[in-house]
Design a protein around this ligand. Structure first.
Ligand code: DC
Length: 221
């Protein structure tokens, strides 16, 4: 069976999309595109207070951002103006800044065009919030991962503790709830499964179990 052209993988914060997108891309020989990292890098580039800027100023700043993807499989690298987007975007604070700028239609339009351009150039696993609903609605394979906020917060705490970082479960649960609320309720491209997506509740599964469920949904079990 030949590899699909675009697999979409959507879901809320902390559900494991990036880890799984990387694994699925590696297994299928596709590139993977972390569109959350695009929103995060854009939020950092626009700087604090971006939501208050006039649209013309936002457009001018966005015009200076050139996203690209290099490599493939698990080694896919997102680039902004030629430089690899790295761990500087991975904090929860930058996640919330990304969720803020993601409510702006001008930002979403700009990134949608950039994401589609990558999809035209490369077969890929695209992960985010609106890959199946808005950016690649024609994709033949759509997955939506979900889990209760408490489950996602507990997993994130375990990850942080494993890295030796402090982790406050109550604070992380609150951050996840706040980001969920904003991502699910915004006017443009809110987080929701496409009508033709396979929804996988990851609550009772470990990473290997979710990976197996995705591969089964793609007919690759
Ligand atoms: O997946 P993530 O946590 O890296 O995403 C960061 C934020 O970016 C998320 O809270 C909302 C926004 N986002 C979006 O609106 N649409 C996407 N396709 C990906 C991310």
């Amino acid at each position: 069976m030949s590899a699909p052209r675009v697999v979409t993988l959507d879901g809320p914060a902390g559900v494991g999309k990036t880890t799984l997108a990387r694994r699925v891309a590696e297994a299928l020989g596709l590139a993977y595109l972390d569109t959350g990292a695009m929103f995060r890098a854009t939020a950092l580039a626009l700087g604090p207070g971006a939501r208050e800027l006039p649209e013309a100023e936002l457009r001018a700043r966005l015009a200076g951002l050139d996203f690209g993807l290099s490599g493939g499989g698990a080694a896919s690298v997102l680039r902004l103006n030629g430089r690899a987007v790295g761990d500087e975007v991975r904090t929860e604070q930058v996640g919330m800044m990304a969720s803020d700028v993601a409510t702006l239609p001008v930002v979403r339009e700009f990134l949608k065009a950039a994401q589609r351009a990558v999809g035209r150039a490369t077969a890929l696993v695209a992960e985010g919030r609106d890959m199946g609903t808005v950016v690649f609605p024609e994709a033949a394979h759509k997955i939506f991962l979900d889990a209760a906020p408490e489950v996602r917060a507990r997993r994130r705490c375990e990850q942080l503790r494993a890295m030796g970082a402090p982790a406050d479960l109550a604070a992380i649960t609150e951050q996840i709830r706040a980001r969920d609320h904003q991502d699910r309720n915004r006017a443009v491209a809110p987080l929701r499964p496409a009508p033709d997506a396979v929804v996988i509740d990851t609550g009772a599964l470990d990473i290997d179990g979710v990976f197996a469920a995705i591969m089964a949904a793609l007919g690759r079990a």
